[in-house]
Design a protein around this ligand. Sequence first.
Ligand code: GLC
Length: 647
Amino acid sequence: MNQAALHQFLSSEELYDLTKADREALFRKRLSTNLTLIQDLFFSLYPRDNHAKAFDQLMELLPNLFSLRSEVLKTTDLEKLIAGDWYMSEQMLGMQLYVDHFNKDLKGLQNKLPYLQDLGVNFLHLMPITTRPEGENDGGYAVNGYTHIDSKYGTKKDLASLTKKMRKEGMYLMLDFVVNHTSNEYPWAIKARKGSKKYQQYYYTYEGREVPDEFEKSLPEVFPQTSPGNYTYDKEMGRWVMTVFNHFQWDLNYTNPEVFMAMLTNLVKLANLGVDIVRFDALAFLWKKLGTISQNLPEAHQLISLFRMCLQVIAPGVILLAEAIVPPREIMRYFGEGLYRGNECEIAYNATFMALLWNSIATKETVMMRKSLEDIADKPESGTWINYVRCHDDIGLGYDNRFIHEMGWSPQPHRQFLLDYYCQGLGWSPSIGQIFMHNPKTGDGRITGSAASLLGLEKALKEKDTSGVTQALDKIILLHGLVLAYGGIPMIYAGDELGALNDYSYLKESGKQNDSRWVNRPKHHWKEVEKVLGNTDSPAFKIFNRLKQLIALRKTYPCLADRNNLSLLAIGNPHVFAFERNGVQCKGILVIGNFHETTQAIDTSFLANLGYAQKGSLNELIRGKKIELSSGLLELKPYELLWLKQY
Ligand code: GLC
């Protein structure tokens, strides 16, 4: 039983009638339930001998932070506490969007909620809307103020109006907590620059190069092309500062407990804006240690659990998403391990599945995907994935080399093939993507581009190749259909619901030119959207409506809620990917997708064994009619996706 389940159990009587619930008493109960863990975590990071006083400060801080939370949010906290695993539901359907690219500002977004609801979206991830430096700011991931809304998006009032409306409509909100770094204009950074010793210790700052040079021996580079190295010299401060991402993003020094407490305060204030899920940005980087790559360190996990355990006491309805784009087995650790299993992050990005989908499209085979996913199947029951096809970032090729070897391939040439396939290095490839952060020292590179352009739509439209267009649409639906049925929350990336192509306008914008991730951050031009959605022949109309049908289907089948009820199936055809969402209190669903451009056949004997074939007929949900089997083989058209329902 994890701590959340314990809270639910211990509070069940008081929660019987919410109007009578004594919120203060429940807070104290949660605090006493989590106290041992909070204490252990705190003193393992900040040894008691030197930090006993800091712990007392934390104990004072927690009730103060609780008192900052509004009564409305305290009520939703208790509602979610009763509901328990509300985020596991088959009803959850997310969209990630840039507020300004979507419809200008927060008010504009609120006006477009009906569009999102029409598609079936009930959960929004808004990309950063807080204040940031002018010019380069990593899309707002350089934070000037954690709860100050940048005027270009509107005001705090606009956000409050949006969240109120969303709550009324049963929609959930996710915002980023950029926990690893602030911008170089954040008040702490400004004070550090002006010479404050206290604030210089909020970051990793050094007078000389000795420590930075030692660290550089083992630290990799995140943005080797635009921000090589991990330190920046700040002239005003006269010191080097650690900047693992961009030179204007200063890494926070969590070895200082004051930083933890100040950031916990920021986290609670952010949650108090009406956030249901907090995206812990770049959390793998939170702890730094000489001689290591300073990612995924045990102390980083302890720190995240500490944030988790404290936030749970204050706001039990708010949960955490791990943005850990790291090797597959490392991602799993963000759900918590051992005593902390289920006590770290409730949700993690399934970056493994996402990257494997792209591997399967390029190679047209699915064995590596199945084997790799089997390897990470053991997540805690309280944990779930965000499954996605594309997002605002690049696609990294962080596959586990073991599985590349098992396929009989070599890791380096295989990755090179993928870069060539997606980034215009092979004339025959339908893909139009761009290479991102090519590191000539290591040969590494990542991929940018919109889903539609990577899947061949841009090229097919340019060449007026109608069968190419059909194939690209089928691929778009195939990938989204898999993501919609796999256990977890599907997150559609805004623009993909219309098949948005690459947007090259960033090349003309200063502050963006050097970052090709902007090619996959498209804008919604609403006049155009209305036009294409009014034209039944347009690719956008077809994608939107096919997706809408799939989303509605997802929401009708409770076995698609995440109950750890996923079985990956080896069905004898390497081009076909199949998994079952076993029925727990309902019939199961079997999902089958063809990753090949030719028709593929599969042996159907296993379908009858699993209960999906009866008297030679299959119950297929997407086509909406039965498939009659005339032989022992089932044929799948190129890139076809089937959702079969159990009899
Ligand atoms: C995350 C974001 C990415 C950003 C980085 C640094 O990985 O997704 O866009 O550049 O964090 O904040």
